[in-house]
Design a protein around this ligand. Structure first.
Ligand code: PGA
Ligand code: ZN
Length: 437
């Protein structure tokens, strides 16, 4: 009865008003699962391929009708009749059907939408929430949210060089309180900006996007906001950064190690070791506990140097570096390139591969952060995925804009549902850092 009867895709719009895919899977007993696919702006070059039409007469070439056609014909034909409860078998079938290393033929967006809709139909068929379906009985850990309250880089042109300035409410007793603290700090930041005559407009992930001369100015504003809200930085909340360094890295002519990091807003150009020194200074001057993509996606040797230097003190997260890809993760583990990985299901294209990458990183003693994309929908799968995988951390934007809040609100509901069995890790989410134990 859990056999798939139909698979249907449609074009919907994401939070930036660009087309994306929604997939509906219906089982023989009438149970349905619906999922949609997010989209990045600072997309890493090792990500699986997001198939776009390229037809300039529709949505500036960003339509996804080809990918939808693949779902409605080839993909549907391949998985209709299979059991929705066999997630691994279905994902394997999708991977084989596509037949390329980077999902370029059918599109990683087509594959992921299908994969997630199958999982949701399976959970529904079993009559359990998605986090329970994917994570079994032990899945009771709510994630510490990493809220991007100040947006720069490609998410807010003309703001800061660094893409994201996040707060992590590690001092809260539970997720509900963590969200309250974060929202209060967010609104204090609004006041701090207003008092200084700075813009309170927001960027793609709901964080403020003032025009600032340097990244340090952003950190100072956030510290002022934490203080104004009545909390202690370095205790109640820490700061996390995602410079998204690949976006301001200019590769060397013959060798990537000769590239430069160009902070144009700040008016400085740094070599890899100078960029590392810049972070060492930031970490000693500010309560920064996590840096994601501090270096570029091809600058492997520098990643290992950065980790040797700061990896005991702070979380170093590879996003573009790993692209949720097992081979790249294995390379990172072997080279001690970081101590954490960002997990974005659409970087790899199926749920099973995503779960395998999370598991492998956890086995290596790394932290895992389940993440949204800058282009999102109302889909809340990543909230369930965070709980199901015991990730301990989630990155879903500012406490502003409904496509961001959909994830946090889903977590509020999950925490309520789990009652006294719900756990909030707080500082322990960063279990691989001595000072957070
Ligand atoms: P993206 O950015 O979704 O625009 O790629 C998010 C990130 O870099 O973490
Ligand atoms: Zn990132």
């Amino acid at each position: 009865m859990a056999s798939i009867e139909s698979v249907k895709a449609r074009e919907i719009l994401d939070s930036r008003g660009n087309p994306t895919i929604e997939v509906e899977v219906v089982l023989a007993d009438g149970t349905a699962g619906v999922a949609s696919v997010p989209s990045g702006a600072s997309t890493g070059k090792y990500e699986a391929v997001e198939l776009r039409d390229g037809d300039k007469s529709r949505y500036r070439g960003l339509g996804v009708l080809k990918a939808i056609e693949h779902i409605n014909t080839e993909i549907a034909l391949a998985i209709v009749g299979m059991s929705a409860l066999e997630q691994a078998a279905i994902d394997q079938r999708l991977i084989e059907l596509d037949g390329t290393a980077n999902k370029a033929r059918l599109g990683a967006n087509a594959l992921l939408g299908t994969s997630l809709a199958v999982a949701k139909a399976g959970a529904s068929f079993r009559g359990v929430p998605l986090y329970r379906y994917l994570g079994a009985e032990g899945a009771n850990l709510l994630p510490v949210p990493m809220l991007n309250i100040l947006n720069g880089g490609k998410h807010a042109l003309g703001s800061t060089d660094f893409q994201e300035f996040m707060i992590m409410p590690v001092g809260a007793a539970n997720f509900n309180k963590a969200l309250q603290i974060s929202s209060e700090v967010y609104h204090s930041l609004h006041k701090v900006l207003e008092d200084k005559g700075l813009s309170t407009n927001v960027g793609d992930e709901g964080g403020f996007a003032p025009r600032l001369p340097s990244n340090k100015d952003a950190l100072e504003l956030i510290l002022a906001a934490i203080d104004m809200a009545g909390y202690k930085a370095g205790q109640d909340l820490f700061i996390a950064l995602d410079p998204a360094a690949s976006t301001f890295y200019q590769g060397g002519k013959h060798h990537s190690a000769h590239g430069k990091y160009v902070l144009s807003q700040e008016g400085v150009t740094l070599g890899s070791t100078e960029m590392i020194d810049y972070y060492v200074k930031l970490v000693s001057d500010y309560p920064v506990i996590s840096i994601e993509d501090g270096l570029a996606e091809d600058d492997w040797a520098s990643w290992s140097l950065l980790t040797a230097q700061l990896g005991k003190q702070i979380q170093l997260v590879g996003d573009d570096l790993y692209a949720t890809n097992m081979e790249r993760l294995e390379k990172g583990i072997a080279q001690k390139a970081s101590n954490s990985i960002l997990i974005k299901p659409n970087q790899i294209g199926t749920l099973s591969e995503t779960l395998a990458v999370i598991k492998r990183a956890q086995q290596a003693g790394w932290t895992t952060i389940i993440s949204h994309r800058s282009g999102e929908t109302e889909d809340t799968t990543i909230a369930d995925l965070a709980v199901a995988s015991n990730a301990g951390l989630i990155k879903a934007g500012a406490p502003c804009r409904s496509e961001r809040l959909a994830k946090y609100n889903r977590l509020l509901r999950i925490e309520e549902e789990l009652r006294e069995t719900a756990q909030y890790p707080g500082k322990r989410a960063l279990y691989n850092l001595e000072r957070m134990k």
